[in-house]
Design a protein around this ligand. Sequence first.
Ligand SMILES: Nc1ncnc2c1ncn2[C@@H]1O[C@H](COP(=O)(O)OP(=O)(O)OP(=O)(O)O)[C@@H](O)[C@H]1O
Ligand SMILES: [Mg+2]
Length: 259
Amino acid sequence: MSCLLEALSIDVGYRQQGVTTTLLQNFSFSLQHKEIVAVVGASGVGKSSLLRILAGLEKPLAGEVRYQGAVLNTPHPHLSVAFQDPTLLPWRTLAQNVAFGLNFRHQPSLNAHERQTRVAQAIDAVGLRGHENKLPAQLSGGMAQRVALARCLARQPRVVLLDEPFSALDEITRHEMQQLLVSVLRQHQMSGLLITHDIDEALLIADRVVLLGNRPGRLVGEWQLSFSQPRHEALDEFAHYRLDILKKLRNSRAAINQE
Ligand SMILES: Nc1ncnc2c1ncn2[C@@H]1O[C@H](COP(=O)(O)OP(=O)(O)OP(=O)(O)O)[C@@H](O)[C@H]1O
Ligand SMILES: [Mg+2]
């Protein structure tokens, strides 16, 4: 595996009315080619802010983010983001919503045939063929999440960044989506970065779990998971990882609450 996306000593935070708040300080991270990383950490630690920076949507307060060795200051066609809320346009069909992902700035322009092919391939990849003409109101929550993933995939990214994408789904649908995500990323040799509050989800999906904690936040734990996929039948093997992550999560939250 080779390094694809990296953060070099970045500070993550925001400026409001002249006051700078630092959420993560001196944070370094790298995502390898074909690697899937899950990011966990207490609410408010700065996970979503970090994801926006790694996607090139915002700049860090300090330090720099590099994609394939070059400084990343703007969105990049190889990086595709899916947020928790699928945000489908209600008046557009499923296929049009998937195609919408190709309209962003910083996206190479495609002719009509190329667009159609990409949209059809992405819809196929998430198992929604035959539903192209449905409107969002006709879709279940799980289907809407599939559309959001297809919209992400239609851009043919190298890295998919997902912010709690499955948290609103029932358990069975969530398991299906987790398996789908892993198989799609593997098949297309993409890397993935997934933010989640669900430790089992992190253990099921990721090659590596990264825990952010304390204030200002930093990396407080990292676990390499070299178990083969699919893992749904093998959750017992992860019991000690789950306990260890929970323990460190609790300690890092206690450090925040003592302030
Ligand atoms: N531009 C901004 N202006 C004001 N507050 C901000 C801004 N960006 C982030 N914050 C605040 O910083 C904190 C951390 O935000 P962030 O969304 O990154 O946390 P998170 O780890 O993703 O939390 P959660 O797990 O709840 O999604 C939050 O309290 C948020 O309100
Ligand atoms: Mg968040």
